[in-house]
Design a protein around this ligand. Structure first.
Ligand code: PBG
Length: 329
């Protein structure tokens, strides 16, 4: 054994040299913070599993954004949770009002994306409108609604609309609605490679969007991508480029790193990755059990997501990113 000969290890000995040769740039500039705004809520509620993340009231969300901006995070994706649920004829007014209040208060100090989906609005919790028979999610009717919602959010001042529903043709419909509605400068971020994942659990509690378990439609498998079909993610992402998306997304993050690496190598639009509620909470729970250092594990995960090709990291920890990166790197 030649124990005295250093080759690759020589470059690892000095911490400053390790920084000098880092191939992955991780900074708060790449982060987006998810926010939940719940209509009619009186007192903000911490979300189980997501320490430091809340279901916000109309007032608390403004204070939260103010303190987030101080941490250096400047981009947000907002989820509106309406008080009233229905089967159709949804009102997007409460979310639109929140958007305009945020923009009135903070203007161009922040970049505001808005999630576009129906799952918080429908009384059954699915991401679209059901057929008359109630046995499937009707693609055409859902797309019509989604385009309406997206235009309303953009008109209210959102910088970017982000459809997460997974209907076919929604990118073209939304792009068309924005262009015809005088919102042609607004960005369109497609959740193009969104998988049918079990890691969305804490989010569904936060957004009050657990799908109801009728026999024919017990989960989101008929519209979200099967975890065993990465080709479907490629087809959907290529299609969304043709339909006018400006930003594409892989979701969840860590369990789909291979998909992110494959897609970002093939398609040269900006890629976002969503470190979803369940994967974020998994780290938090390990830390609670004393088995891991949460901040260090989050930073390691974020490096992996950037390394695999994401420009934008959507993470519940965005508001801690600057601090944790500074501590850990
Ligand atoms: C809405 C939506 C979901 C997430 C983002 N937008 C949940 C779902 O599809 O069930 C998940 C985000 C997370 O888990 O953090 N369709």
């Amino acid at each position: 054994m030649d124990s005295g000969k250093l080759t690759l290890r020589r470059a690892r000995l000095n911490p400053l040299f390790r920084k000098l040769t880092s191939e992955v740039d991780l900074s708060v500039d790449h982060f987006m913070q998810p926010l939940f705004c719940v209509e009619g809520l009186k007192v903000k509620e911490e979300i189980p599993g997501l320490a430091g993340v809340y279901r916000e009231t109309a007032d608390s969300i403004l204070r939260q954004i103010e303190s987030d901006l101080e941490t250096g995070v400047k981009s947000f994706v907002i989820f509106g949770v309406p008080a009233q649920k229905s089967a159709q004829n949804f009102s997007y007014a409460s979310t639109a009002k929140m958007i305009s209040e945020i923009k009135k208060r903070f203007g161009s100090d922040l970049f505001l994306a808005v999630d576009v989906c129906l799952c918080s609005y429908t009384d059954h919790g699915h991401c679209g409108v059901l057929s008359t028979e109630g046995d499937h999610v009707d693609n055409g009717r859902s797309v019509t609604e989604l385009a309406k919602a997206a235009l309303e959010y953009a008109a209210a001042g959102a910088d970017c609309v982000a459809p997460s529903d997974m209907m076919d043709g929604r990118i073209a419909a939304i792009r068309g609605a924005l262009d015809q509605g005088g919102q042609e400068q607004k960005l369109l971020m497609s959740y193009s490679a969104k998988f049918h994942s079990k890691f969305y659990g804490p989010f569904r509690v936060a957004a009050n969007s657990v799908p109801s378990k009728t026999n024919s439609l017990k989960d989101r498998a008929t519209y979200q991508i099967d975890p065993a079909r990465p080709s479907d993610a490629l087809l959907a992402s290529e299609r969304d480029v043709r339909e006018g998306a400006d930003i594409l997304m892989v979701k969840p993050g860590l369990p789909y790193l291979d998909v992110l690496a494959m897609l970002s190598a093939k398609i040269k639009l900006p890629w976002a990755v969503y470190e979803v509620s369940g994967e974020y909470a998994a780290i938090e729970e390990l830390a609670k059990a004393g088995l891991i250092n949460a901040a260090a594990a989050h930073v390691e995960s974020w490096i992996a997501l950037r390394r695999a090709g994401a420009s934008i990291l959507i993470s519940y920890g965005a508001r801690n990113a600057q601090k944790w990166i500074k501590e850990q790197r």
